[in-house]
Design a protein around this ligand. Structure first.
Ligand SMILES: C[S@@+](CC[C@H](N)C(=O)[O-])C[C@H]1O[C@@H](n2cnc3c(N)ncnc32)[C@H](O)[C@@H]1O
Length: 246
């Protein structure tokens, strides 16, 4: 289903192509099986780690002592979204990718597999979690992932890239820090950059942050997929908002 906030919506070739050639691409890529294998492996990992809560807090966990499998299940990206990220990597072919909120690295692998020439910077503030992610990156021999065990604030103090092509924000799920990160990322955006905000309906606050983001004058096209919010900076597009069920 493709629904637009105005009847001219689907007439944007940029959005039309993205929807038909990427969002709705039904190809069964062989890499999906690899993504699945990694998922299953992590979902079986009963190692217990002590995590440091840095985000908006968990609605599931009451203790900081958590099994890796439980983190993967409750805080990890779903398989469906891993596949969508995979397709977006293939479609946009970004050279530089930034993920804020690595957790166990499930989204990171999907992106790394889809686009081996890209450099994927990924940031995780919790040491124990990042150690687990690091061990999997090593085990599966990912060469294009650079993992930073830092808070987002510390990471931005020495941001390694002046311009970034693709950003996946999956860490802070509160309004203030989402808007602060957006403002920190803005100078690193260029005309073809893509930013994805995870869980824009996680809370009323997150939805407010999203609504503020899409109003920003630098944002032209914005797409609400009911779970991710995507923004684009393309000056050749008129400012237009789309709602598309993926
Ligand atoms: C929802 S999880 C990320 C899921 C992951 N992208 C995946 O693919 O499964 C969010 C992660 O962001 C980290 N995080 C939240 N706020 C942070 C901050 N301010 N600095 C660094 N890491 C942060 C948390 O420790 C948590 O592991």
């Amino acid at each position: 289903m493709l629904k637009s906030t105005n009847q001219h919506g689907v007439h944007s070739p940029f959005v039309y192509n993205l929807v038909t050639r990427c969002f709705y691409d039904k190809t069964s890529f062989p890499e999906y099986q690899i993504v699945r294998t990694y998922r299953n492996e992590i979902l079986k990992n009963n190692q217990s780690i002590t995590v440091k809560d840095l985000g908006a807090g968990s609605r599931v966990f009451t203790s900081n002592q958590r099994a890796v499998s439980a983190i993967a299940k409750h805080a990890g990206i779903t398989f469906k979204r891993q596949k969508l990220l995979f397709r977006m990597m293939r479609y946009f072919k970004p050279d530089s990718v930034l993920e804020l909120g690595t957790s166990l690295g499930m989204a990171t692998w999907a992106m790394a597999l889809a686009n081996p020439p890209a450099t994927i910077y990924t940031v995780e503030g919790c040491k124990a979690t990042s150690e687990v992610a690091k061990s999997y990156f090593k085990k599966f021999q990912f060469k294009n992932i650079r993992l930073y065990n830092q808070t987002f604030t510390a990471f931005f103090e020495n941001f390694p890239q002046s311009k970034i092509d693709f950003v996946y924000l999956d860490g802070s799920h509160d309004k203030e820090s989402t808007l602060a990160l957006f403002n920190q990322l803005l100078p690193h955006a260029h005309n073809n950059s893509v930013f994805i905000f995870d869980d824009i309906y996680w809370s009323k606050e997150m939805t407010e942050a999203w609504k503020e983001i899409i109003k920003h004058p630098k944002i032209t096209v914005s797409i609400d997929t009911y779970f991710w919010g995507l923004v684009f900076f393309r000056k050749e597009q008129k400012k237009q908002h789309f709602t598309i069920r993926v």
